[in-house]
Every structure is written in structure tokens, then in C-alpha cells.
Design a protein around this ligand. Sequence first.
Ligand SMILES: Nc1ncnc2c1ncn2[C@@H]1O[C@H](COP(=O)(O)OP(=O)(O)OP(=O)(O)O)[C@@H](O)[C@H]1O
Ligand SMILES: [Mg+2]
Length: 283
Amino acid sequence: MSEHGSPARVLAFINQKGGVGKTTSCVNVAAALALRGRRTLLIDLDSQAHATLHLGAEPGGPSSIYPTLVEGQPLAPTPVAPNLDLVSAETDLAAAEADLASADDRQHRLARALDAVRHRYDAILIDCPPSLGLLTISALTAAQQVVIPMQAHFLALQGVGKLLETISLVASTLNPSLRVLGVVVCAHDASAAHTGEVVADLERFFDAARAEASPWSAAVVFRPFVRRNIKLAEAPSFGKTIFDYAPLAPGAADYRAVADAIAAVSDALPRVVVAPRAAELVR
Ligand SMILES: Nc1ncnc2c1ncn2[C@@H]1O[C@H](COP(=O)(O)OP(=O)(O)OP(=O)(O)O)[C@@H](O)[C@H]1O
Ligand SMILES: [Mg+2]
């Protein structure tokens, strides 16, 4: 994120586990930032095109990310709401990983395309697919900051461990500036006793890393947790954000507060400018 005037920070919403709340978080945090007056761009990097549909847009079309990744064309964001632009996804994106397999600069194409539009925005959010493949690596190469949406189950911690390994690898090779902002707890059920233990484990882990030079040395578990709220699950089928679909629902209050918390941590992080390296990671 950035103050008006400096180029946007790029935030990747990542978790290789499916159905944890990445798209719900990315779309509604982007919408909340836009409502706060921040010029925001959402990049849908998932061939499921859920973020595109959630914002009421058509997958593919002139704003698709596909020609940028495969043919090196410039991004063509399209406005979907005041202060909110979209670069859409399409099902062909699934083929992009194969099409790009032999391109030397494949991990850097997204980063380069974003560099050309960063000055137009305060925040650029990337909704990633549920995998650690080339598209996610491209997002980690293009981003300065990572947000990890997760559901607080014990098994989810293993997945976050694997994700942090990947982030660490990308930070030590392709993108030394990469920092983890924190974890958004999604679809929180206050009656589930183990949530507190999972969150405590995560916070212990992040606290232990404070003195180290790891990408997550400033990471937090964001508050509030996003409550399970049926309105959040209904909104995508109407092509609306929670703020347009049910502005008084608990889901709207939670994402407004989480977006403010993310913005505060993002703004507070020093702007580390380290040139990306052209190392190879994915073969
Ligand atoms: N707080 C919530 N309350 C109720 N339902 C939710 C909540 N958060 C997400 N959901 C629902 O859970 C499902 C999965 O969420 P979402 O699509 O955001 O996950 P995802 O991580 O992007 O999935 P994928 O890995 O397939 O991209 C969706 O149907 C969504 O509407
Ligand atoms: Mg998704």
C-alpha cells in the first residue's frame, strides 16, 4: 500500500490450500480500501475467475491477465467501482503455466507489467490460485507483501509452514523485498475451541521470529477474525462485494476492520527497495 503519490505496494493473497477464504478476503479488502479512498487494483490470477465473478465482471475480455502473461502485453485494468479497477482472469489461465514453461522470464512477467501501472494506484491486490505453481510464484515475485488467509484448523498450520518455506525461497532468490504482513482468520466460528490454540501457535511462531531477518519477522494474526457469515457466501453469486450486497452484515464490519488493520501494517513497514534477482526457481 502507499501514501498518495508513491507507487502502490503489491499485496499477494496466498494460500495453496483451496477454499480457505483467499478470494473472499482479497475482493472485500480491496473493496474496503477503495471505499476508504485508496486507489486500488485487484488482479485475478486464478483460472477459476472467482474474484472476477465476485466483482460482477466477465472472465476474459479486454482486461484479461492472460495476454500479459503469455504475450507480454501491457495490463489493461477496467474500472468496476469508484477507486477500484480489475484485471480479470479466464479459464485459459490454467494453460498459461504450460505455455510459459520455456520462457526464461516467466516468473518476472507479472512484476514487469505491474511496474508500468503501480504509479496509478495506492494498493494492488493479487488473488492467487490454490497452488504453489508458476502463477503463485509470479505473484510472490511481483509483490512486496503477502497476506495469508486461512481457517484456523490444526491441519492448516502444516500448510502455512509449507507456504512460508516457499516464501522464504522466493525471498532468498527472486524477490529479496518480500515481507509477510500476516494471517487473516477466515470463516471464524467462535464456538470452535481449537481456534484459539491454532492462533496462539501461529502467534508464538511469529513472535519467535521477531529478531530474525525472516520475511515474516513483522507478521501478525490480524484482528478481528472474520466471522462465518452467510452473507459473505451469498454475495459472489450476485456479483457484489459484501459492502454492496449487505453493508450492515457482520461480514462487512469484519472486512472493513481487517482492511484497516492490513493497511496499518502495510503502511508501517519500511519500504525496502532491493532489486529483484533474475534467478530461476520454477523449472
Ligand atoms: N467468513 C465467511 N463466512 C461464510 N462463508 C465464507 C466466509 N469466507 C469464505 N466463505 C465461503 O467459503 C468458500 C470458499 O471461500 P473463497 O472462495 O474465498 O476461498 P478461496 O481460498 O479463494 O478458494 P480457492 O482456493 O478455490 O480459490 C466460498 O463459498 C465463500 O463464499
Ligand atoms: Mg479463490
